[in-house]
Design a protein around this ligand. Structure first.
Ligand SMILES: [Zn+2]
Length: 303
C-alpha cells in the first residue's frame, strides 16, 4: 500500500517536473530513424531529429509543401542531424504529413510520419492607434504594397545553407509585453494577428541577433519602421522591427549575439519596444519556446 502511494507520488512529481511537451514518436525505416513530436500547437516550433547508421548522399525533410536538407554529422558510430520545423500561425489544425528521405548511391529510404496540429487559443488584444495608421491613405497603401513585395523577395532569397545552431538567444532582456498570436482589434476593427512578440525595452537599448546568420534586408517600412531581416538558413528567418538605428548592412554575416541595431519606436508603434518575429519555412512562429531555459530547445550543438 505504502509502496503504491510512494510510487504514485513519484509519478506525479515526475509529471510536474517535465516541461510542457507532447510525447515524441519514433519512426523507423531500415537504417533511418526520425524522432518528432506526436502533436504540435498552431504557432509552435518543433525539431525533427534524424539518425542514420550509414553514410548517405543527402537527407531531406518535407513539411507543409517545403523541402529542407537535413545536415548530418558523424556522432559515434552513427550519423545524426536535426531540422527546425513549425506548425506556423497560418497552418490549419489537423493531421499533417512529414516525409524524411535518405538518398544513398544505390537506394533511398523514406519515412512517412503524421503530426497532429492542435488549435491554440490566442487571446484578444484591443488597441487604439491614430486612424491614419489603421486605415492607410492611398499613397501609403501603394508604399505598403511596394514594401511587401520587397520583403517577399528577400524572404525568397533566403538560402538553404544552415547558419543556426542551438541555443537561440533572446534579442533583448525585457519582459514580453505583447505575446505571439494575439488577435488584434485596432480601433474596433479586427486586423491580422500579432505575428511576433513585443519585448519591453528603452529607446537606444542594444538589440542582439538571435543566432548566426546573414542580413537579407534592412530598411524603413511603413508598419515595421526601421527593420532588419536575418536569414539563419534552412528556412529560418528572424526580424527586428521599430528600431531607432540599424547597425548592419545587407549581405553582412553575423555571429550569434552581434549587435543589429538600437530599440526605437519607428513605424506603427505606440512606444519604444522591440518587435521580434520569426519565420520557419515561410510561416510565422512563436519564438518564445526557443528562448525557454530547460525547454525542448535548450540544447547545445552536439548535445
Ligand atoms: Zn509587435
Amino acid at each position: 500500500m505504502n509502496v503504491l502511494r510512494a510510487l504514485a507520488a513519484l509519478v506525479l512529481l515526475l509529471m510536474s517536473a517535465a516541461p510542457l511537451r507532447a510525447a515524441d514518436q519514433t519512426l523507423v525505416e531500415g537504417p533511418l530513424t526520425v524522432v518528432v513530436p506526436e502533436s504540435v500547437g498552431v504557432g509552435q516550433p518543433f525539431v525533427a531529429e534524424v539518425r542514420l547508421v550509414n553514410q548517405v548522399e543527402k537527407v531531406t525533410a518535407e513539411w507543409q509543401g517545403r523541402v529542407v536538407e537535413v545536415l548530418m554529422s558523424k556522432r559515434g558510430r552513427e550519423f545524426r542531424g536535426e531540422v527546425l520545423l513549425a506548425a506556423g500561425l497560418e497552418v490549419q489544425p489537423g493531421s499533417h504529413s512529414l516525409v524524411v528521405e535518405a538518398v544513398r548511391p544505390a537506394r533511398r529510404e523514406m519515412v512517412l510520419g503524421k503530426i497532429e496540429v492542435t488549435p491554440t487559443a490566442f487571446p484578444e488584444q484591443r488597441l487604439n492607434l491614430p486612424p491614419s495608421t489603421v486605415t492607410p491613405s492611398k499613397e501609403n497603401l501603394a508604399r505598403i504594397k511596394r514594401e511587401q513585395a520587397l520583403i517577399a523577395k528577400a524572404m525568397n532569397e533566403a538560402g538553404d545553407r544552415r547558419f543556426w545552431s542551438f541555443p537561440f538567444l533572446r534579442p533583448v532582456p525585457g519582459e514580453v509585453t505583447s505575446a505571439f498570436g494575439l488577435r488584434r482589434i485596432l480601433n474596433g476593427q479586427p486586423r491580422s494577428p500579432h505575428t511576433g512578440i513585443d519585448f519591453d525595452a528603452q529607446k537606444g537599448d542594444p538589440v542582439h541577433v538571435a543566432n548566426q546568420g546573414k542580413v537579407i534586408l534592412t530598411g524603413d517600412f511603413f508598419f515595421n519602421g526601421l527593420s532588419v531581416f536575418i536569414d539563419h538558413g534552412q528556412g529560418v528567418v528572424s526580424m527586428y522591427f521599430h528600431l531607432s538605428a540599424v547597425s548592419v548592412r545587407t549581405g553582412q554575416h553575423l555571429e550569434r549575439g552581434q549587435l543589429v541595431g538600437l530599440v526605437g519606436s519607428t513605424g506603427r508603434s505606440t512606444g519604444p519596444h522591440l518587435h521580434f518575429g520569426m519565420k520557419v519555412l515561410g510561416q510565422s512562429v512563436d519564438p518564445m519556446p526557443l528562448f525557454t531555459a530547460g525547454g525542448p530547445f535548450d540544447r547545445r550543438p552536439g548535445g
